[in-house]
Ligand binder design. Structure first.
Ligand SMILES: NC(=O)c1ccc[n+]([C@@H]2O[C@H](COP(=O)([O-])OP(=O)(O)OC[C@H]3O[C@@H](n4cnc5c(N)ncnc54)[C@H](OP(=O)(O)O)[C@@H]3O)[C@@H](O)[C@H]2O)c1
Length: 299
Protein backbone atom coordinates (compact mmCIF):
# COMPACT_ATOMS: atom_id res chain seq x y z
CA UNK A 1 0.00 0.00 0.00
CA UNK A 2 1.59 3.30 -0.98
CA UNK A 3 2.02 6.16 1.46
CA UNK A 4 -1.15 8.10 2.17
CA UNK A 5 -1.45 11.86 2.36
CA UNK A 6 -1.75 13.75 5.64
CA UNK A 7 -4.45 16.39 6.05
CA UNK A 8 -3.24 19.85 7.05
CA UNK A 9 -5.09 22.45 9.11
CA UNK A 10 -5.79 24.51 5.96
CA UNK A 11 -7.60 21.56 4.34
CA UNK A 12 -4.81 20.66 1.91
CA UNK A 13 -3.21 17.20 1.81
CA UNK A 14 0.54 16.67 1.89
CA UNK A 15 2.21 13.48 0.59
CA UNK A 16 3.48 11.70 3.70
CA UNK A 17 7.05 11.19 2.45
CA UNK A 18 9.27 13.74 0.72
CA UNK A 19 12.62 13.67 -1.06
CA UNK A 20 15.04 16.27 0.35
CA UNK A 21 17.80 18.04 -1.56
CA UNK A 22 20.02 19.21 1.33
CA UNK A 23 23.73 18.55 0.64
CA UNK A 24 23.11 17.29 -2.90
CA UNK A 25 25.83 18.82 -5.09
CA UNK A 26 24.53 21.00 -7.92
CA UNK A 27 26.11 18.74 -10.57
CA UNK A 28 24.03 15.72 -9.58
CA UNK A 29 20.94 17.36 -8.12
CA UNK A 30 18.79 17.39 -11.27
CA UNK A 31 19.53 13.69 -11.86
CA UNK A 32 18.82 12.71 -8.25
CA UNK A 33 15.53 14.62 -8.15
CA UNK A 34 14.50 13.06 -11.46
CA UNK A 35 15.46 9.60 -10.16
CA UNK A 36 13.39 10.11 -6.99
CA UNK A 37 10.33 11.18 -9.00
CA UNK A 38 10.76 8.24 -11.40
CA UNK A 39 10.89 5.85 -8.44
CA UNK A 40 7.58 7.30 -7.21
CA UNK A 41 8.26 10.30 -4.95
CA UNK A 42 5.72 13.09 -5.50
CA UNK A 43 7.07 15.49 -2.88
CA UNK A 44 10.33 17.44 -3.12
CA UNK A 45 11.72 19.34 -0.13
CA UNK A 46 14.31 22.03 -0.83
CA UNK A 47 15.43 25.37 0.63
CA UNK A 48 16.97 28.67 -0.40
CA UNK A 49 20.16 27.80 1.52
CA UNK A 50 20.63 24.41 -0.17
CA UNK A 51 21.73 26.37 -3.26
CA UNK A 52 20.38 23.73 -5.63
CA UNK A 53 16.81 24.91 -6.26
CA UNK A 54 17.57 25.61 -9.91
CA UNK A 55 18.89 22.08 -10.41
CA UNK A 56 15.97 20.63 -8.41
CA UNK A 57 13.63 22.55 -10.74
CA UNK A 58 15.47 21.11 -13.74
CA UNK A 59 15.05 17.57 -12.35
CA UNK A 60 11.34 18.21 -11.79
CA UNK A 61 10.96 19.44 -15.36
CA UNK A 62 12.91 16.53 -16.80
CA UNK A 63 10.82 14.01 -14.84
CA UNK A 64 7.82 15.04 -16.93
CA UNK A 65 5.54 14.80 -13.87
CA UNK A 66 2.69 17.26 -14.11
CA UNK A 67 2.98 20.17 -11.65
CA UNK A 68 -0.41 19.37 -10.16
CA UNK A 69 0.83 15.89 -9.21
CA UNK A 70 3.89 17.14 -7.35
CA UNK A 71 4.19 18.74 -3.92
CA UNK A 72 7.05 21.25 -3.69
CA UNK A 73 8.30 22.68 -0.40
CA UNK A 74 10.97 25.35 -0.11
CA UNK A 75 12.20 27.46 2.78
CA UNK A 76 13.06 31.08 3.41
CA UNK A 77 16.59 30.73 4.80
CA UNK A 78 17.50 34.44 4.96
CA UNK A 79 20.48 34.02 2.63
CA UNK A 80 22.37 37.32 2.26
CA UNK A 81 19.79 39.05 4.44
CA UNK A 82 16.96 38.36 1.97
CA UNK A 83 13.37 38.89 3.08
CA UNK A 84 10.73 36.15 2.80
CA UNK A 85 9.39 37.86 -0.34
CA UNK A 86 12.79 38.18 -2.02
CA UNK A 87 13.62 34.58 -1.18
CA UNK A 88 10.23 33.20 -2.25
CA UNK A 89 10.20 35.06 -5.57
CA UNK A 90 13.78 33.93 -6.32
CA UNK A 91 12.88 30.35 -5.37
CA UNK A 92 9.87 30.35 -7.72
CA UNK A 93 12.07 31.62 -10.52
CA UNK A 94 14.76 29.01 -9.85
CA UNK A 95 12.31 26.14 -9.48
CA UNK A 96 10.47 27.26 -12.62
CA UNK A 97 7.02 27.30 -10.99
CA UNK A 98 4.43 29.98 -10.28
CA UNK A 99 3.78 28.79 -6.72
CA UNK A 100 5.15 26.36 -4.16
CA UNK A 101 2.90 24.05 -2.16
CA UNK A 102 4.60 24.93 1.08
CA UNK A 103 6.91 27.73 2.17
CA UNK A 104 8.63 27.43 5.55
CA UNK A 105 10.54 29.81 7.81
CA UNK A 106 13.71 27.70 7.94
CA UNK A 107 14.66 28.63 11.50
CA UNK A 108 13.21 31.02 14.13
CA UNK A 109 16.54 32.87 14.45
CA UNK A 110 16.00 34.25 10.92
CA UNK A 111 13.24 36.43 12.32
CA UNK A 112 15.73 38.35 14.49
CA UNK A 113 13.36 38.12 17.41
CA UNK A 114 10.34 39.33 15.42
CA UNK A 115 8.39 36.16 14.76
CA UNK A 116 5.05 38.02 14.30
CA UNK A 117 6.60 40.41 11.74
CA UNK A 118 8.19 37.60 9.73
CA UNK A 119 4.99 35.54 9.84
CA UNK A 120 2.97 38.49 8.52
CA UNK A 121 5.24 38.51 5.46
CA UNK A 122 4.66 34.78 5.03
CA UNK A 123 0.90 35.38 5.26
CA UNK A 124 1.13 37.98 2.47
CA UNK A 125 2.85 35.45 0.19
CA UNK A 126 0.15 32.93 1.08
CA UNK A 127 -2.62 35.45 0.29
CA UNK A 128 -1.05 36.18 -3.10
CA UNK A 129 -1.00 32.45 -3.89
CA UNK A 130 2.78 32.26 -4.18
CA UNK A 131 2.82 29.78 -1.29
CA UNK A 132 -0.29 27.61 -1.19
CA UNK A 133 0.45 26.63 2.41
CA UNK A 134 2.83 28.17 4.94
CA UNK A 135 4.67 26.69 7.88
CA UNK A 136 7.78 26.77 10.03
CA UNK A 137 10.84 24.71 10.79
CA UNK A 138 12.90 24.18 13.94
CA UNK A 139 10.39 26.14 16.05
CA UNK A 140 10.20 25.41 19.79
CA UNK A 141 7.00 25.50 21.86
CA UNK A 142 7.81 29.07 22.92
CA UNK A 143 8.40 30.15 19.31
CA UNK A 144 5.07 28.62 18.28
CA UNK A 145 3.26 30.33 21.16
CA UNK A 146 4.57 33.72 20.04
CA UNK A 147 3.58 33.00 16.45
CA UNK A 148 0.10 31.69 17.25
CA UNK A 149 -0.67 34.72 19.44
CA UNK A 150 -0.64 37.01 16.39
CA UNK A 151 -1.23 34.72 13.41
CA UNK A 152 -4.19 35.05 11.08
CA UNK A 153 -3.12 31.90 9.25
CA UNK A 154 -1.85 29.00 11.35
CA UNK A 155 1.36 27.25 10.27
CA UNK A 156 0.39 23.90 8.76
CA UNK A 157 3.62 22.14 9.73
CA UNK A 158 6.73 22.45 11.85
CA UNK A 159 9.64 20.64 10.18
CA UNK A 160 11.86 19.33 12.98
CA UNK A 161 14.70 16.98 13.81
CA UNK A 162 13.03 13.68 14.66
CA UNK A 163 14.91 10.50 15.52
CA UNK A 164 14.87 8.11 18.49
CA UNK A 165 17.79 9.81 20.27
CA UNK A 166 15.93 13.14 20.47
CA UNK A 167 12.37 11.82 20.84
CA UNK A 168 12.23 12.03 24.63
CA UNK A 169 13.02 15.77 24.67
CA UNK A 170 10.87 16.42 21.58
CA UNK A 171 7.73 14.87 23.11
CA UNK A 172 6.39 18.13 24.69
CA UNK A 173 6.83 19.94 21.35
CA UNK A 174 5.01 17.15 19.49
CA UNK A 175 2.19 17.26 22.06
CA UNK A 176 1.85 21.04 21.70
CA UNK A 177 1.82 20.76 17.91
CA UNK A 178 -0.83 18.06 18.06
CA UNK A 179 -3.04 20.23 20.32
CA UNK A 180 -2.71 23.04 17.79
CA UNK A 181 -3.16 20.88 14.67
CA UNK A 182 0.35 21.56 13.39
CA UNK A 183 1.67 18.49 11.59
CA UNK A 184 5.26 17.40 12.33
CA UNK A 185 7.59 16.91 9.42
CA UNK A 186 10.54 14.82 10.62
CA UNK A 187 14.00 15.18 9.15
CA UNK A 188 17.24 13.26 9.77
CA UNK A 189 15.36 10.24 11.15
CA UNK A 190 18.21 8.00 9.97
CA UNK A 191 20.76 9.57 12.35
CA UNK A 192 21.06 6.34 14.40
CA UNK A 193 22.43 4.77 11.20
CA UNK A 194 24.25 7.65 9.57
CA UNK A 195 26.02 9.38 12.44
CA UNK A 196 25.38 7.41 15.64
CA UNK A 197 25.83 3.76 14.74
CA UNK A 198 26.63 1.46 17.63
CA UNK A 199 24.11 3.04 20.00
CA UNK A 200 21.29 1.33 21.94
CA UNK A 201 18.74 1.90 19.14
CA UNK A 202 20.62 -0.50 16.83
CA UNK A 203 19.44 -3.65 18.59
CA UNK A 204 15.66 -3.13 18.49
CA UNK A 205 15.90 -1.69 14.97
CA UNK A 206 17.93 -4.68 13.73
CA UNK A 207 15.67 -7.19 15.51
CA UNK A 208 12.55 -5.61 14.01
CA UNK A 209 14.19 -5.41 10.58
CA UNK A 210 15.03 -9.11 10.76
CA UNK A 211 11.51 -10.07 11.80
CA UNK A 212 9.89 -7.94 9.08
CA UNK A 213 12.53 -8.81 6.45
CA UNK A 214 13.09 -5.08 6.09
CA UNK A 215 16.15 -2.80 6.06
CA UNK A 216 17.15 -0.89 9.23
CA UNK A 217 16.56 2.42 7.44
CA UNK A 218 13.01 1.30 6.65
CA UNK A 219 12.38 0.52 10.33
CA UNK A 220 13.59 3.99 11.37
CA UNK A 221 11.36 5.67 8.78
CA UNK A 222 8.46 3.46 9.87
CA UNK A 223 9.11 4.67 13.44
CA UNK A 224 8.84 8.29 12.23
CA UNK A 225 5.63 7.40 10.37
CA UNK A 226 4.27 5.85 13.58
CA UNK A 227 4.84 9.21 15.31
CA UNK A 228 2.47 10.82 12.77
CA UNK A 229 5.24 12.72 10.99
CA UNK A 230 5.62 13.52 7.33
CA UNK A 231 8.95 11.83 6.54
CA UNK A 232 11.58 14.05 4.92
CA UNK A 233 14.51 11.94 3.80
CA UNK A 234 16.87 11.48 0.89
CA UNK A 235 19.16 9.06 -0.93
CA UNK A 236 21.37 9.06 -3.97
CA UNK A 237 20.57 5.36 -4.45
CA UNK A 238 17.61 4.03 -6.39
CA UNK A 239 17.39 0.83 -4.29
CA UNK A 240 17.22 2.85 -1.06
CA UNK A 241 14.56 5.19 -2.49
CA UNK A 242 12.46 2.16 -3.43
CA UNK A 243 12.92 0.86 0.10
CA UNK A 244 11.87 4.20 1.60
CA UNK A 245 8.63 4.15 -0.42
CA UNK A 246 8.09 0.56 0.72
CA UNK A 247 7.73 1.95 4.26
CA UNK A 248 4.16 2.77 3.22
CA UNK A 249 3.56 -0.97 3.78
CA UNK A 250 5.41 -1.22 7.09
CA UNK A 251 3.40 -0.67 10.25
CA UNK A 252 5.33 -1.18 13.47
CA UNK A 253 3.49 -2.64 16.46
CA UNK A 254 3.10 -0.60 19.64
CA UNK A 255 5.72 -2.89 21.22
CA UNK A 256 8.17 -2.14 18.37
CA UNK A 257 7.70 1.60 18.79
CA UNK A 258 8.06 1.36 22.58
CA UNK A 259 11.27 -0.70 22.26
CA UNK A 260 12.81 1.93 19.95
CA UNK A 261 11.61 4.79 22.20
CA UNK A 262 13.15 3.09 25.24
CA UNK A 263 16.48 2.51 23.50
CA UNK A 264 16.45 6.09 22.18
CA UNK A 265 15.90 7.45 25.70
CA UNK A 266 18.77 5.33 27.01
CA UNK A 267 21.04 6.63 24.23
CA UNK A 268 19.96 10.19 24.87
CA UNK A 269 20.77 9.87 28.58
CA UNK A 270 24.21 8.43 27.86
CA UNK A 271 24.90 11.21 25.32
CA UNK A 272 23.78 13.79 27.91
CA UNK A 273 26.06 12.18 30.54
CA UNK A 274 29.00 12.17 28.10
CA UNK A 275 28.39 15.83 27.21
CA UNK A 276 28.23 16.72 30.88
CA UNK A 277 31.47 14.80 31.53
CA UNK A 278 33.15 16.66 28.66
CA UNK A 279 31.97 20.01 30.08
CA UNK A 280 33.22 19.12 33.56
CA UNK A 281 36.52 17.91 32.17
CA UNK A 282 37.00 21.06 30.10
CA UNK A 283 36.19 23.16 33.12
CA UNK A 284 38.56 21.12 35.27
CA UNK A 285 41.31 21.39 32.64
CA UNK A 286 40.86 25.13 32.37
CA UNK A 287 40.92 25.43 36.12
CA UNK A 288 44.06 23.31 36.25
CA UNK A 289 42.27 20.81 38.41
CA UNK A 290 42.42 17.73 36.17
CA UNK A 291 45.38 16.26 37.99
CA UNK A 292 43.87 17.05 41.36
CA UNK A 293 40.61 15.16 40.63
CA UNK A 294 42.57 12.29 39.04
CA UNK A 295 41.28 12.61 35.46
CA UNK A 296 43.57 12.15 32.47
CA UNK A 297 43.26 14.95 29.89
CA UNK A 298 42.79 12.95 26.72
CA UNK A 299 40.89 15.51 24.58
N1 LIG B 1 14.49 22.01 8.10
C1 LIG B 1 15.73 21.71 8.41
O1 LIG B 1 16.41 22.43 9.17
C2 LIG B 1 16.35 20.47 7.84
C3 LIG B 1 17.56 19.98 8.38
C4 LIG B 1 18.08 18.79 7.85
C5 LIG B 1 17.41 18.14 6.81
N2 LIG B 1 16.26 18.65 6.28
C6 LIG B 1 15.55 18.01 5.14
O2 LIG B 1 15.53 16.61 5.35
C7 LIG B 1 16.17 15.94 4.26
C8 LIG B 1 16.81 14.68 4.75
O3 LIG B 1 17.82 15.01 5.69
P1 LIG B 1 18.96 14.02 6.09
O4 LIG B 1 19.85 13.78 4.92
O5 LIG B 1 19.58 14.50 7.34
O6 LIG B 1 18.07 12.73 6.36
P2 LIG B 1 18.15 11.21 6.65
O7 LIG B 1 16.92 10.67 6.04
O8 LIG B 1 18.36 10.99 8.11
O9 LIG B 1 19.47 10.65 5.93
C9 LIG B 1 19.55 10.46 4.56
C10 LIG B 1 20.91 9.85 4.28
O10 LIG B 1 20.95 8.55 4.86
C11 LIG B 1 21.82 7.76 4.10
N3 LIG B 1 21.44 6.36 4.36
C12 LIG B 1 20.27 5.73 4.11
N4 LIG B 1 20.31 4.46 4.50
C13 LIG B 1 21.54 4.27 5.04
C14 LIG B 1 22.18 3.15 5.63
N5 LIG B 1 21.57 1.96 5.75
N6 LIG B 1 23.45 3.31 6.07
C15 LIG B 1 24.09 4.50 5.96
N7 LIG B 1 23.53 5.60 5.39
C16 LIG B 1 22.26 5.48 4.95
C17 LIG B 1 21.57 8.21 2.67
O11 LIG B 1 22.78 8.02 1.95
P3 LIG B 1 22.83 7.45 0.43
O12 LIG B 1 22.72 8.64 -0.47
O13 LIG B 1 24.16 6.80 0.36
O14 LIG B 1 21.69 6.49 0.31
C18 LIG B 1 21.22 9.68 2.80
O15 LIG B 1 22.30 10.51 2.51
C19 LIG B 1 17.11 16.99 3.69
O16 LIG B 1 17.48 16.72 2.36
C20 LIG B 1 16.28 18.24 3.82
O17 LIG B 1 15.35 18.31 2.78
C21 LIG B 1 15.72 19.80 6.80
Amino acid sequence: MPFKTIKLNDGREIPAIGFGTWKIPKEVCAGEVEQAIEVGFDHVDTAQVYANEEEAGQGIKESGLSRKDLWITTKWSGVNGSSPREACEASLEKLGVSSVDLLLIHHPRLTNGDIPGAWKKMEELHKEGKAKSIGVSNFSVDDLKVLLASANVKPVVNQILLHPYVYETTKPLLAYMSENHIVPEGYSSLIPLTSRPGGPVDKPVNDIAKRLKAKPEQVLLAWSKAKGAVIVTTSSRKDRLEGYLGVGDIDLTDEDVKAIDKAGKKGQQSIARREMAVKVLKWATVAGLAGYIGVKTFM
